[in-house]
Write a protein that binds this ligand. Structure first.
Ligand code: ADP
Ligand code: MG
Length: 702
């Protein structure tokens, strides 16, 4: 909130000045009083309890003790290298030890006087030591010791070198808080919300987040600040949704036309599941509404999202529009293109593929057909959203498997189109609820919660190296029964050379175990030329090769229903959602399918946890939650999300229920007052505007 106190430049704080001010700005991004107040401690040391020396052991974190210094002894030959003070209370004694600042300490410490020491106990021989304790004189005659939670602040090496360490930041903050006490600090949440959710006021919260009087006050302060952060995020996401619904006109798809109907009656190779029908109805009603559709389609791997995408695109074409489908990898784009072409051969629909590897001449043709409207359907990778790609009349844009596209990324996608197309985002890996609310909180959600009939859950096993022989035998039996097999190797950039060698080695070994001409083994990886890769994929898809050795290029989307075994080599090196995606490549036909996770013998606790999750469940939602617990939400979604997921204090893993609370609170605010015009909501309107100015891009999201 705009406020002259908050906006005061940091160098005006007593004890800061221009030099330290510059340092704080550069190193910590602290420009104003406001910034310093919102530079929250990352942890607190408990100085609320005074320990007796006899209670202390080396396992304990920081402890606070009160006692008398008995002796002060210097050690070292010519030069003192260590100073030890024997420190005693009525229950025992320990040693306070200094290796630095010895001269100073020797002058300060007085034998026979009472002190309060605070530090980390360690054991040295048979004595407890506290090395470099914080130490202060005990107040004379006073039995009580001032106890508190001591804040620790993040800082940088450069800052520390110039004396701006955690303690210095604490001193500055304390100084600021003292000034702050008498300031009139505007509240950023309406009173009724504070009361309804029993939240601290802003001022009390800011005081107690830095210098809590006790743990209870600290928790209350944290709750309020977290709530505020989550509340405003949700409020901005939901008000975006509201205003978009009101303002962004959508292209109205008037009818279900000939293409859609012909496809449904003549081309559809199976009966749609109830879930697929339900989703198509939702899409139909969105696109007929005259408002822009912004919908998320969630459905676990293999649930049949592609056909829904295709039929939605036919709906667009029926209504005189073009449509596009964007996939995250070239292989997937290629496969979508083939699937869609083969499903629509009898229909008057033009389909093209555009990727980074499309040859220039062909690319030119595609672009001109796009511009004159003769091309109906464009499938591709990120190449679709380059500036040169201009549709004549884009009516529907579908993003497949792009669970990594948050609110802000999507904002940039269709910015060039004069008329906002309908947008359908499809995601396979179910994402934890908290993330969904944050990344996709502005979208309406459709769920395919049903797999096509006849699917059997994939049986997943964990094998170690000694079972390789058994594995080969098993694969031979599967191939004999007419099934096909994937063998996937990790290929991760840092160690690419070695990974590549492993892949080739694995391919050669398999060639020995599965000799030609009885068996055919293909290999697919990112270093191959695109057409060679395409050819190998095709051979496998047509059942002409038995085993496909590959890297994670086949991770998403690839669809070969006859493949029944997925072997994942060095499975410990894959993330959970990757493993789940890979497993989703099998179990697509009617046959029992298997996923074999091969690992070395030594596994980290996290790796074991991932393998366990995989062997215990096929449920994508359970997998997604476990994944977020293990990796944290930021890592889970990739660095692109850092803007959206960069919370100051809230945490998507531990604060799930608070997020739900904030979501519901902001939803009910907007339900009563969609434009935040009521007097009690003036504050919300103001803060939201300020946040928008900072983010900028939010308003443009479509
Ligand atoms: P995903 O949701 O993972 O993208 P796909 O769209 O690739 O799944 O579909 C997986 C497989 O299921 C494909 O082989 C597809 O042809 C088949 N499929 C989709 N819908 C049905 C259905 N209703 N009945 C039978 N098979 C279906
Ligand atoms: Mg798919």
């Amino acid at each position: 909130m705009r406020n002259s106190f908050f906006d005061t430049p940091i160098e005006y704080l007593k004890g800061v000045g221009p030099v330290k001010g510059e340092l704080l700005k550069k190193e910590l991004g602290i420009h104003t009083f406001h910034n310093l107040l919102y530079h929250f401690p990352y942890r607190y040391a408990d100085r609320t309890r005074l320990y007796k020396i006899s209670e202390i052991n080396e396992e304990m974190p920081l402890v606070l003790v009160k006692g008398k210094i008995i002796t002060v002894t210097s050690h070292g030959d010519k030069r003192t290298t260590r100073l030890t003070a024997q420190f005693r209370d009525e229950t025992g004694s320990l040693d306070l030890v200094w290796f630095q600042g010895i001269k100073w300490m020797r002058d300060v410490l007085k034998a026979g006087e009472e002190y309060i020491a605070f530090g980390k106990p360690t054991r040295y021989g048979n004595r407890i030591n506290i090395v470099h304790p914080e130490i202060e004189k005990a107040e004379e005659g006073s039995e009580s010791v001032s106890t508190y939670l001591k804040p620790f602040y993040h800082t940088t090496e450069k800052c520390k070198a110039k004396g701006v360490d955690s303690n210095a930041l604490a001193r500055m903050t304390r100084m600021l808080i003292e000034k702050f006490q008498t300031e009139n600090i505007p509240e950023t949440l309406p009173d009724y919300l504070l009361q309804q959710h029993q939240l601290y006021g802003l001022k009390t919260s800011l005081i107690n987040i830095h210098f809590p009087k006790d743990n209870e006050a600290l928790q209350a302060a944290r709750k309020r600040l977290k709530f505020e952060e989550l509340f405003y995020l949700q409020l901005s996401i939901l008000s975006l949704k509201t205003s978009r619904k009101e303002q962004v006109a959508g292209i109205r798809f008037e009818k279900v036309g000939a293409l859609f109907n012909r496809f449904y009656h003549e081309c559809l190779p199976f009966e749609l599941t109830h879930a697929q029908k339900k989703v198509l109805k939702e899409i139909r009603s969105d696109t007929a509404s005259g408002k822009q559709m912004n919908r998320l389609l969630q459905g676990d791997v293999g649930s049949g999202k592609t056909i829904v995408a295709l039929m939605s695109m036919l709906l667009a074409i029926d209504n005189g529009c073009q449509a596009c489908l964007m996939a995250p990898t070239e292989i997937l784009a290629m496969q979508h293109c083939e699937t869609i072409k083969s499903l629509t051969t009898s229909l008057p629909v033009t389909v093209e593929l555009l990727t980074g590897n499309t040859k220039t001449a062909h690319r030119k043709q595609i672009l001109s057909a796009l511009a004159d409207g003769s091309l109906h359907l464009l499938i591709g990778t990120h190449a679709l959203i380059e500036d040169t790609v201009q549709f004549q009349n884009l009516g529907l844009a579908i993003i497949d498997e792009q669970h990594r596209f948050g609110v802000e990324q999507r904002a940039r996608l269709w910015i060039n189109e004069p008329q906002k197309p309908h947008v359908l985002v499809m995601t396979a890996t179910p994402i934890p609820r908290t993330l969904a609310m944050t990344l996709y909180g502005d979208l309406d959600v459709s769920v395919i919660n049903e797999l096509p009939p006849g699917r059997k859950p994939v049986a997943t096993y964990h094998y170690r190296e000694e079972k390789r022989l058994a594995l080969i035998g098993f694969l031979k039996r599967q191939v004999k029964e007419g099934r096909q097999v994937y063998v996937v190797y990790p290929l991760i950039e840092e160690s690419e050379k070695m990974d590549y060698a492993n892949l080739v080695q694995g391919y050669e070994n398999l060639g020995r175990d599965f000799p030609e001409p009885e068996y055919r083994v293909s290999i697919v990886h990112g270093r191959q030329k695109a057409d060679l890769r395409q050819q190998e994929m095709k051979l496998f898809a047509e059942g002409k090769t038995h085993i496909m050795v590959a890297t994670t290029v086949i991770e998403v989307g690839v669809n070969v229903p006859n493949a029944s075994v997925m072997v994942i080599e060095s499975a410990e090196r894959f993330g959970l959602s990757q493993l789940h995606q890979l497993r989703g490549r099998v179990g697509r036909g009617a046959e029992q399918s298997y996923c074999i996770l091969m690992t070395g013998n030594k596994l980290s606790a996290d790796a074991l946890e991932r393998i366990k999750a995989m062997t215990q469940t096929n449920d994508g939602f359970i997998i997604a939650d476990a994944d977020m617990r293990l990796r944290g939400p930021g890592d889970l979604m990739g660095t692109q999300q850092s803007g959206t997921l960069n919370f100051k204090i809230a945490d998507l893993i531990t604060d799930q229920s608070l997020l739900e609370l904030a979501r519901n609170a902001s939803a009910s605010v907007l339900a009563n007052d969609p434009h935040l015009q009521l007097p009690q909501h003036t504050v919300l309107h103001t803060v939201l505007q300020l946040k928008k100015q900072k983010k900028g891009v939010w308003e443009k999201v479509s």
